[in-house]
Design a binder for this molecule. Structure first.
Ligand code: SF4
Ligand code: SF4
Length: 143
């Protein structure tokens, strides 16, 4: 696949009140989980932002600001940017169910004509606590 030049990770504003986002960045750095298609040798910039809180509408303005500055300060085009929805937005996990505004967030990203992908870090523990349909089974699914 063509390698992007810029990755944006969109994270849940509520989850980020207690999460630094380190494990998303670590997965990117190691090119694993949601980032496994990207070459370790590719020079890819990385930015994480949050949705700004429910309903996530601030995402539109943040992306607009990002694209304006990207154009002004770099030669990277929007076609070379890929936005990843963090796993805490698009997968059921310890933090809660999938974001209730996920479809709305996708619409905001698509309004900016940006490519998006689903997921960032894939926690093995969280994956073991979901059924085959992705529904959360709880902390002790065997009991
Ligand atoms: S809109 Fe979704 S991603 Fe944003 S704070 Fe609310 S639940 Fe989290
Ligand atoms: S996916 Fe995990 S590491 Fe990334 S922002 Fe959400 S809770 Fe934090």
């Amino acid at each position: 696949m063509p390698q992007p030049k810029y990755i944006i990770v969109l994270q849940c504003h509520i989850v980020k009140q207690r999460c630094s986002g380190f494990l998303c960045e670590q997965s990117f750095h190691q090119r694993e989980d949601g980032f496994s298609d990207y070459s370790p040798d590719a020079d890819i910039r990385y930015l994480n932002i949050t949705c700004g809180g429910c309903c996530g509408r601030a995402t539109l303005r943040k992306l607009s600001n990002f694209l304006k500055l990207l154009k002004k300060h770099t030669d990277i085009t929007r076609n070379e940017v890929v936005m990843h929805f963090s796993s805490c937005i698009c997968k059921e996990n310890f933090h809660g169910p999938i974001c209730p505004h996920y479809d709305y967030l996708k619409e905001l990203v698509e309004r900016q004509n940006l490519t998006w992908r689903q997921g960032t870090r894939f926690s093995k523990t969280a994956e073991s606590r979901r059924d085959q349909n992705g529904h959360w089974l709880g902390k002790n699914p065997q009991q």
